[in-house]
Design a protein around this ligand. Structure first.
Ligand SMILES: CC(C)(COP(=O)(O)OP(=O)(O)OC[C@H]1O[C@@H](n2cnc3c(N)ncnc32)[C@H](O)[C@@H]1OP(=O)(O)O)[C@@H](O)C(=O)NCCC(=O)NCCS
Length: 161
C-alpha cells in the first residue's frame, strides 16, 4: 500500500454556531464541540485510510476558552501518527467572532481511529510520509501518546479482572 502525506488527509470543517447549539448559560455546549471534533477527526482518518473508521480513544481534549453564539468555528484535523490499523488525529478548534474578526484557539484534542474492513474488523492503513521536522516531531509525540494509552488500557483491564 502506498504511503501518503499528512496534507492529503487534512480536514477543515466550518460551523456557524446558532441557538440550537447553546448550553444553559448561552455559550456553545461542550458536547456540540466534542461532536464536531469527532466528526472532523473521523473524516481525516477515513480520507487517509479510504475505509470506514471508528473512534477507539479520545484523550487530552481541553477547553481553553468558551465558544459563543454567532461564532464561526473551524475544526482542523490532521494525522500525527499511524500504526498498523490505528491512526492518531489531532484536532484544533478556532472560534472567529464574525463582527470583530477576533480568532481564539479554543480546543485541542487527540483521537485514535481504527480503519475497518467490510466485516467490521480492523484493517491495515497506508503509512505516513514524514517530510518536515514538525511532522517527525508530531509522529514521535503521537507514538509516545499511543504507547501511554495502550499501557493505561492494559492497567485498567488488569484492574477490572
Ligand atoms: C475498534 C475495534 C474494532 C478494535 O477492535 P480490537 O479487537 O480491539 O482490535 P485490535 O486489538 O486489533 O486493535 C486494533 C487497533 O486499535 C488499537 N487500540 C485498541 N484499543 C485502543 C485504545 N484503547 N487506545 C488506542 N488504541 C487502541 C490497537 O492498538 C490496534 O492498533 P494497531 O493495529 O495500529 O496496532 C473495537 O474496539 C470496537 O469496535 N470499538 C468500538 C468502536 C466504536 O464503536 N466507536 C464509536 C464510538 S460510539
Amino acid at each position: 500500500m502506498e504511503s501518503k502525506h499528512s496534507s492529503d488527509s487534512q480536514v477543515v470543517l466550518g460551523q456557524f454556531m446558532q441557538p440550537e447549539h447553546a448550553n444553559a448559560i448561552g455559550n456553545v455546549h461542550g458536547g456540540v464541540i466534542m461532536k464536531f471534533i469527532d466528526e472532523a477527526g473521523g473524516l481525516c482518518a477515513m480520507r487517509h485510510a479510504r475505509r470506514p473508521a471508528v473512534t477507539v480513544a479520545v484523550d487530552s481534549l481541553r477547553f481553553l476558552s468558551p465558544v459563543h453564539m454567532g461564532d464561526f468555528v473551524t475544526f482542523t484535523a490532521h494525522l500525527n501518527w499511524v500504526g498498523r490499523t490505528s491512526m492518531e488525529v489531532e484536532v484544533n478548534v478556532e472560534a472567529e467572532n464574525l463582527l470583530t474578526g477576533q480568532k481564539t484557539h479554543t480546543n485541542n484534542a487527540y483521537l485514535v481511529f481504527v480503519a475497518l474492513n467490510l466485516e467490521g474488523r480492523p484493517v491495515e492503513v497506508a503509512g505516513l510520509i514524514l517530510e518536515s521536522e514538525e511532522e517527525r516531531r508530531r509522529w514521535m509525540q503521537g507514538a509516545q501518546r499511543q504507547a501511554d494509552r495502550l499501557a493505561r488500557t492494559h492497567r485498567d483491564q488488569e484492574g477490572a479482572a
